[in-house]
Design a protein. Structure first.
Length: 245
C-alpha cells in the first residue's frame, strides 16, 4: 500500500507528551514538516522559554536551547547575532511572551531581530496550573480570578499580533488557529514564509497561534477546539496583520 502521509524526518522517536487536545503537538509536527520541505533539517535551531514547550526535547531532532522565564527574546537575540546564518525559531506561551517577557518581546520586534517567534496563546499560564495570563478572556475563570476576569480590575486581554504589527521593523505578523485542516495549512504556509524571510535578507516575524488547552479550560478536546473557533476568535481575530516580503 502506498504511504501518502507519515512521520516527518525531523520528528523524534518519542510519542506526543502534551495533554490530549493541546495544539502544541501539532505545532511541533508542522514545524518538522516545514523544515523538511525547506531543507532546513540540518540547520534549524529551536529555543523555548519556561512553559509547556519544555516538553519539546523528545519530540524532534533539532538542536535547541532555553532561557529564563520571559527572557527568551533577549537570549534569542544573543544567539542570532553570534550565528546570523542559522535559522532560529523561538517557541513561547502567552504568559512567557506577553506577560513576564513583554518588554523583551516588544524591543526585539522593534529592533527587527532576525528570528521567528511562535507564541501559542492558550489564554492562561498552562504549565503552572492555569492562572490568569495577559490574554485571558474577559469573564474567563482561572485560579487567580475565580469570579472571571473583570476588566475594571485586571484590564483587557492583550492582542499581541496587533501590538507587534504597529512597529516598523517586523516583516511578518499573523494570528492563526489549528481547529480545522484549512487553518492548519495556513499556519504551515506562514511558518515557511517566516523561515524564508530569515534566509532571504532577514527580518523579524511573529506568528500568534490560538491553542486549545482542554486541561485548564476543563473541557474535552473537541469541545476546546470548538471553543477556539466559536469564542476565542471573537477576541482574537485571525489574519495576517503585516506582510513585507
Amino acid at each position: 500500500m502506498e504511504e501518502i502521509y507519515g512521520r516527518s524526518a525531523g520528528q523524534g522517536d518519542m510519542p506526543n507528551s502534551f495533554c490530549p487536545g493541546c495544539s502544541y503537538g501539532n505545532v511541533m509536527k508542522l514545524t518538522c514538516e516545514a523544515a523538511t520541505e525547506l531543507k532546513l533539517l540540518d540547520r534549524l535551531v529551536l529555543c523555548d522559554g519556561v512553559g509547556c514547550f519544555n516538553n519539546l526535547p523528545d519530540l524532534d531532532r533539532f538542536p535547541k536551547f532555553g532561557s529564563q522565564h520571559g527572557r527568551l527574546a533577549a537570549t534569542a537575540t544573543g544567539f542570532k547575532r553570534c550565528q546570523p546564518g542559522t535559522p532560529l525559531l523561538a517557541f513561547q506561551g502567552d504568559g512567557d511572551c506577553a506577560g513576564i517577557g513583554l518588554m523583551e518581546t516588544v524591543t526585539a520586534a522593534n529592533r527587527g531581530e532576525n528570528f521567528t517567534v511562535l507564541m501559542l496563546n492558550n489564554l492562561n499560564f498552562g504549565m503552572t496550573g492555569g492562572q490568569m495570563a495577559p490574554t485571558t478572556l474577559v469573564g474567563m475563570k482561572t485560579p487567580t480570578c475565580k469570579q472571571g476576569r473583570n476588566p475594571e480590575e485586571r484590564g483587557y486581554p492583550l492582542r499581541m499580533a496587533e501590538i507587534i504589527a504597529t512597529l516598523d521593523a517586523p516583516k511578518l505578523v499573523a494570528r492563526v488557529a489549528l481547529y480545522d485542516p484549512k487553518h492548519i495549512l495556513e499556519f504551515k504556509r506562514l511558518l515557511k514564509q517566516a523561515l524564508q524571510i530569515q534566509e532571504q535578507g532577514g527580518g523579524y516575524s511573529f506568528i500568534e497561534i490560538l491553542s486549545a488547552c482542554p486541561t485548564n479550560w476543563h473541557m474535552k478536546p473537541q469541545q476546546a477546539c470548538d471553543h477556539v473557533r466559536d469564542v476565542v476568535t471573537r477576541t482574537f481575530p485571525l489574519g495576517v496583520f503585516k506582510s513585507i516580503c
